[in-house]
Design a protein around this ligand. Structure first.
Ligand SMILES: C[S@@+](CC[C@H](N)C(=O)[O-])C[C@H]1O[C@@H](n2cnc3c(N)ncnc32)[C@H](O)[C@@H]1O
Length: 282
């Protein structure tokens, strides 16, 4: 579905002049400057707002709306284009996949390690933690950890605190989970991740280009919505690094709109965006 939408937006295209206007607007709103080579990235990111079935049919419509908007849409525009963009349960199907792994494979494992590689502000890692808790794994397994890494110290500091304003959580985390896994502070209108979830996740600085200083191997690695920043050679290096730190039979999960077409790697493609490390490839 993501790929189909990507193709249709590509056809309709973002003109150079509109790209410049969006770039200027982004700069004036956030201070972020996108270089020319990021035009494809902008097109891709704006698909969240533009395209068949979305709020705006074309890029021109979005631009007009942004010009007459004074708040919400502008904030959303900045969020969508900012590299740290993420939210709880983003691409929810992957958390269902993680649940399935926990139900079917966890009991046979002497230890469990999950990795949110490029975790941004932590929503992905905490969503993995909730999924793990919901499957009752914390009662059954003593050695369970979720590693969450990123290259940005700013987002890591935020993630480590585990405090999320209501507007970043709204609509993404079911009410039952909010009650069970968060404290609500009505003075600040924020939700704070509670124990034991909080200490299940360890946030660390790590550049995906390496080195990878891990002692134990990973069961499942979420590498979502980050490969887009690397060229083919770098993607191959990252995939090879990750392959070497995973358990046999472990799973690599990419973003739903990402593809490894034209990229050499040793994983077995399973289904859309999910890959496995098999014995035949080692
Ligand atoms: C769009 S966020 C993805 C967040 C989350 N994985 C998701 O899918 O919602 C991309 C993250 O990749 C991080 N990143 C970019 N280059 C990186 C690198 N070389 N090593 C580690 N993280 C990197 C950015 O700092 C950013 O937080």
């Amino acid at each position: 579905m993501g790929t189909v939408e990507y193709a249709s937006v590509e056809e309709s295209g973002l003109s150079d002049s509109l790209f410049r206007k969006f770039t200027e607007l982004l700069q004036s709103l956030s201070g972020i400057t996108l270089k020319d080579y990021k035009k494809y990235l902008m097109e891709y990111r704006l698909q969240k707002l533009v395209g068949p079935g979305k709020r705006f049919e074309g890029f021109e419509d979005l631009y007009r709306a942004l010009m007459s908007d004074s708040g919400n849409l502008r904030a959303e525009f900045v969020n969508v284009l900012t590299t740290n963009y993420t939210y709880f349960y983003r691409e929810e199907v992957h958390f269902r996949f993680l649940s399935h792994y926990l139900r079917t494979k966890a009991s046979a494992q002497p230890y469990l390690r999950f990795w949110s590689a490029a975790c941004s502000s932590g929503e992905e890692a905490y969503s993995m933690a909730i999924t793990t808790a919901e499957e009752g794994i914390l009662e059954k397994h003593r050695d369970v950890k979720i590693l969450a890494t990123d290259i940005s110290l700013r987002v890591l500091e935020f993630a480590q605190k585990g405090v999320y304003p209501y507007h970043r959580i709204r609509g993404h985390v079911p009410d039952g989970y909010l009650k069970k896994y968060f404290f609500f502070d009505r003075h600040t209108n924020t939700f704070t991740v509670r124990e034991p979830l909080k200490s299940l996740v360890a946030f660390r600085y790590l550049n995906l280009m390496g080195p990878y200083p891990f002692q134990k191997q990973f069961d499942v690695v979420f590498l979502r919505n980050v490969l887009i920043y690397f060229d083919t050679r770098e993607k191959e290096q990252i995939l090879s690094n990750i392959f070497s730190v995973m358990k046999l039979g472990g799973y690599l999960v990419l973003g739903l709109s990402e593809s490894l077409v034209g990229v050499r790697h040793s994983f077995t493609p399973l289904k859309h965006s999910i890959y496995r490390k098999d014995v035949s490839n080692t």
